[in-house]
Design a protein. Structure first.
Length: 117
């Protein structure tokens, strides 16, 4: 009986992660100024890819999106602010952290280390 409960729990947890992958998550701009660009790629991707914002994302605003099917849960996120500063978080598990706060204290990128925009 105990084995059945463990198996059922493991299946439920696996199904929960699959469900979370299909649910929207949010990026919260907590940087204190508007953002002009948002880049989200699967963790470990060398290039940042295109800007997914269609206009500025104000300070305190949220941007909701859904990961592409099969993309998994771990992403690198880059928020570019109007001043040119950046907030970068790597390896964010969006299945667990449904609202991802982006702010300066998470590590602005030094100008020499910036990739293509």
């Amino acid at each position: 009986m105990r084995h059945r409960i463990v198996v059922a729990l493991a299946l439920a947890l696996g199904a929960g992660q699959a469900f979370a992958q299909n649910e929207p998550f949010r990026i919260a701009n907590r940087a204190g100024e508007a953002a002009t660009a948002l880049h989200i790629v699967r963790s470990g991707t060398a290039e940042w890819g295109g800007n997914i914002l269609r206009g500025p994302l104000g300070s305190g605003e949220l941007f909701a999106l859904r990961a592409p099917e099969g993309a998994g849960c771990r992403f690198d996120i880059r928020l570019v602010l109007q001043s040119g500063r950046e907030s970068v978080r790597r390896g964010v598990d969006v299945c667990q952290e449904r609202t991802v706060a982006m702010a300066e204290e998470f590590g602005p990128v030094a100008p020499a280390a910036r990739g293509p925009r």
